[in-house]
Design a protein around this ligand. Structure first.
Ligand code: KIV
Length: 271
């Protein structure tokens, strides 16, 4: 039986075991109780309460405005809908870059007030001290390298990262640092597939890709993108499994007509 099928609860140890056995890890984002329940009952391994909530839930252009309180609200709703998956929560912009004490306080609030199993942080060497301090408090940390959306104003664009040798070398160095200090996994976003495969081969911890090719240990997508709720965003790495925007719109249009034509409610739908 596969490690994934055997596990009643996905832990960081289960994820390591999956990598050892070559079993791929499936991860999706969720931001609310109802969606989290569907994902968990489908057997997803990791649910990420991503700061992409800033985009898909709050309608912001970037992930920068979302607050720690907002993330705690989303994460505590998600945790209530989950019995099996590991729930990982993004530390939002501005809650860990200042100093390691602030980072630890932010991570502790997430763990205490949501019941999640881990936090995720963007960056490498520059956030090493904060990551170490959080890990020393017994909080599992997932790294995030490559296109790190909290740094969008530094990058200036959402193009593929680490195409040149110096950025690729830094990413490799950062990945090794994150593994050495004790991160249980790393998300690699929008980088060449060959680099994704190299990181996965060189590191023992699971590497989860979003636009990082097929040579990594698992994949993550933003739920609203893969379900086709968002319409305007279509990077090459995104596979849409549904067109929920059109399906929901169609259902709402029928409802509007039913109400206006006095078809709803009918005799059986009232007291
Ligand atoms: O916030 C998020 O949804 C993420 C994924 C893109 C990995 O960090």
């Amino acid at each position: 039986m596969s490690v994934q099928a055997k596990a009643k609860k996905v832990t960081t140890h289960v994820l390591h075991e999956m990598k050892l056995r070559g079993e791929k890890i499936a991860m999706l984002t969720a931001y609310d109780f109802s969606m989290a329940r569907i994902l968990d009952s489908a057997g997803i391994d990791i649910i990420l309460v991503g700061d992409s909530a800033s985009n898909v839930m709050a309608g912001n252009d970037t992930t920068l405005p979302i607050t720690l309180d907002n993330m705690i609200y989303h994460a505590s709703s998600v945790v209530k809908g989950v019995t099996r998956a590991l729930v990982v929560v993004d530390l939002p912009f501005g809650t860990y870059q200042g100093n390691s004490k602030e980072a630890l306080c932010s991570a502790i609030r997430i763990m205490k007030e949501t019941g999640a199993g881990a936090v995720k942080m963007e960056g490498g060497e520059e956030i090493k001290e904060s990551v170490e301090r959080i890990l020393s408090a017994g909080i599992p940390v997932m790294g995030h390298l490559g296109l790190t959306p909290q740094s969008i104003h530094k990058f200036g664009t959402y193009v593929v990262r680490a195409k040149d040798n110096s950025e690729a070398d830094k990413l490799l160095r950062d990945a090794h640092i994150l593994e050495e200090i004790g991160c249980f996994g790393i998300v690699l976003e929008k980088i060449p597939a060959s680099l994704g495969g190299q990181v996965s081969k060189e590191l023992k911890i699971p590497i989860i890709g979003i636009g990082a090719g097929s040579g990594v240990d698992g994949q993550v997508l933003v739920l609203h993108d893969m379900l086709g709720i968002t319409q305007e965003f279509s990077p090459r790495f995104l596979r849409r499994y549904h067109n929920l925007f059109m399906e929901i719109k169609g259902a709402v249009e029928v409802y509007i007509q039913d109400v206006k034509n006095l078809d709803f409610p009918n005799a059986k739908e009232q007291y």
